[in-house]
Design a protein around this ligand. Structure first.
Ligand SMILES: *[C@@H]1O[C@H](CO)[C@@H](O)[C@H](O)[C@H]1NC(C)=O
Ligand SMILES: *[C@@H]1O[C@H](CO)[C@@H](O)[C@H](O)[C@H]1NC(C)=O
Length: 209
């Protein structure tokens, strides 16, 4: 027996195992650093109204007082996640509101629409009504005249829909509110009137969303 030989072999094996163990640990830590933020942490979408054009916003007197309007919005939905996509599980709908009265509901994107990881989806949403919109009472009419005098109308846009994140089962609700100040402009002048980008406020997401 030459203890030196076996002892060396054992020592070699031990340092080899230690080395492998360290390597595995480093790999785990690196995987954690990369994968947890990429797949484990959800970041909420950012929704902005980049541009808007309001070419008509007028009172129409039928027996009741209605608003006739033509409105187009350029809407952006940004998905900030590194590796997780968003897919609409129900159509994404925008509804407009003037003085608490609903004006219209328009589809922004259909069911199955997607916003990939780190992508921004751009939607151009047009709607017009010859007077089927809000029914204003006398207070609403006074509010209209006041804003009409300044040429700027306050219209709230509300986005609603349902979506899922890639590889997740939870159906998440999307509710965002975008307070808009719209200046009446001649037709075909989108972007000229100096519309300031509006960041929409997201309702608090439920668990796992
Ligand atoms: C408003 O929209 C209607 C229908 O799309 C169109 O016929 C009309 O010319 C538009 N008016 C203005 C002022 O943009
Ligand atoms: C709104 O303003 C426009 C232009 O200033 C004016 O022609 C129109 O009569 C006003 N409408 C109402 C209902 O006050």
């Amino acid at each position: 027996m030459r203890p030196g030989c076996c002892g060396d072999a054992w020592e070699n094996m031990k340092s080899c195992l230690t080395y492998l163990g360290l390597l595995a640990l480093v790999a785990l830590v690196v995987a954690g650093i990369v994968l947890v933020p990429a797949y484990g942490i959800l970041r909420h979408a950012k929704i902005t109204v980049e541009d808007a054009s309001l070419t008509r916003f007028a009172l129409v007197k039928t027996p009741v007082t209605l608003i006739a309007y033509n409105l187009t919005l350029k809407l952006e939905i940004h998905n900030p996640n590194w590796a997780i996509g968003i897919k609409y599980d129900e159509p994404l709908v925008a509804s407009y509101n003037f003085d608490g009265q609903p004006l219209d509901r328009v589809q922004v994107a259909g069911k199955g629409g997607k916003v990939g990881a780190r992508r921004t989806a751009v939607y151009r949403v047009g709607s017009s009504s010859a007077g089927a919109g809000a029914t204003l009472g006398s207070a609403g009419e006074a509010w209209f005249r006041e804003q009409n005098a300044t040429g700027v109308f306050e219209v709230a846009a509300r986005l609603t829909g349902k979506f899922k994140y890639t590889a997740r089962y939870t159906k998440c609700e999307l509710v965002a509110t975008c307070p808009l100040k719209l200046r009446l402009t001649p037709p075909g002048t989108m972007g000229v009137a100096g519309f300031e980008r509006v960041t929409c406020t997201l309702d608090k997401a439920k668990k796992y969303c």
